[in-house]
Design a protein around this ligand. Structure first.
Ligand code: SF4
Length: 352
């Protein structure tokens, strides 16, 4: 392979005829791909797509900062509602968690294609690297994603371009293939070298997938799909799976217990349509009961909630219960931490 050109050589060899949309996730690879193409004299506009499952709720800000540092203007599209349909019914199934990565990439690239057309751009850039992720970055998946997004050769993956079929910007001579890379696998050394060469600093190593990959979130989502129903689940139901400890008492009743003050405040926003339980005379969590729970299950939930309150011994704790706007009091005997029911109820994906 020919030696790569220096940054100034790259700029001199540019033709400034083309414009591209770069899909930015906030990780190093997508930032690098966009910066590399920009360094070749192509006008690059960043596109960040917000979905409900970002692990970092400030991701949009990180993306904007990383792109700004690389001299790239960013558009943000909130497609969180539309993306839920991909999660509910993925054509190509789920990965190790509940991550429908192939469908998700097709969805995002279709959105990027629309922006490409709106902006009068000629192609789309991603930071995908051949063989880096097991589900969506092997050759067959990359080919399928390019085809089904209808971008075909208008999709350029600069970091692995020389291992993939020739993309339009190379065919047209807007970019020379010796200025693109042939990276493969999970290693990061080449990306770090390229970041140094392009003057990219303070980057985050990886955008790290999304919540759907995580074991605990995936277990909660599977449980919710089977008890609430995929199509019946609303945005709020997906959001609530982020917070608290989740316990399934029965097919009818699930209990969510706040883990700290911040989560207790957040859970207050999910009270509508659920039973709320909170301690009266002591410090403890806000607890929600979801589903058509029986009165006995609400008492059991209060005893579970009491286990996480500040208390000494086994004396009952007075708990306030609000159900459909009606308030009552329950004297709840705290479950002991070693009560085996607690771990059997917990929805966390652990094998038991
Ligand atoms: S890890 Fe999450 S955000 Fe990334 S492609 Fe897969 S489903 Fe989509």
């Amino acid at each position: 392979m020919k030696k790569m050109q220096s940054r100034s050589e790259l700029a001199r060899s540019s033709n400034k005829v083309a414009k591209a949309i770069a899909l930015l996730s906030g990780g190093l690879d997508s930032t690098l791909a966009a910066a590399l193409v920009r360094s070749l004299g192509i006008e690059v506009i960043g596109l960040h797509i917000h979905i409900l499952f970002d692990t970092d709720q400030k991701r949009s800000q990180h993306v904007a900062k990383a792109a700004e540092d690389a001299g790239i203007k960013v558009r943000t599209a909130d497609l969180s509602k539309e993306h839920l349909e991909v999660v509910r019914h993925p054509r190509y199934g789920y990965g190790a968690g509940m991550n429908p990565c192939i469908d998700c990439r097709i969805f995002m690239l279709r959105a990027a294609k629309k922006v490409m057309e709106e902006e009068g751009a000629q192609f789309v850039i991603t930071g995908e690297v051949l063989g880096q992720r097991p589900m969506s970055q092997h050759l067959r998946a990359l080919t399928r994603i390019a085809k089904e997004s209808e971008l075909e050769d208008r999709l350029l993956r600069p970091l692995s371009a020389n291992l993939l079929s020739e993309a339009l910007p190379v065919k047209k001579g807007w970019i020379r293939c010796e200025n693109l890379l042939a990276l493969q696998g999970r290693g990061r050394q080449e990306q770090i070298k390229l970041a140094t060469r392009l003057g990219i600093e303070g980057y985050r190593q990886s955008a790290g997938g999304c919540l759907l990959v995580e074991k605990v979130y995936a277990a909660r989502l599977r449980d919710a799909f089977s008890h609430i129903g995929k199509d019946a689940m609303e945005e709020q139901d997906f959001l609530l799976l982020r917070y608290g400890r989740h316990f399934r008492l029965s097919d009818r009743a699930k209990v969510i217990v706040g883990r700290n003050e911040r989560e207790n405040e957040i859970l207050e926003g999910f009270v509508t349509g659920r039973v709320m339980i909170e301690p009266i005379d002591t410090v403890g969590p806000l607890t929600l009961v979801e589903g058509e729970s029986s009165p006995e299950e609400v008492i059991l939930a209060a005893c579970l909630a009491a286990r996480y309150c500040d208390h000494y011994g086994e004396a009952p704790l007075m708990m306030r219960v609000i159900r459909s706007g009606e308030e009552s009091m329950v004297a709840a005997i705290p479950l002991t931490p070693d009560d085996p029911r607690i771990s059997s109820w917990r929805i966390d994906g652990a094998r038991r």
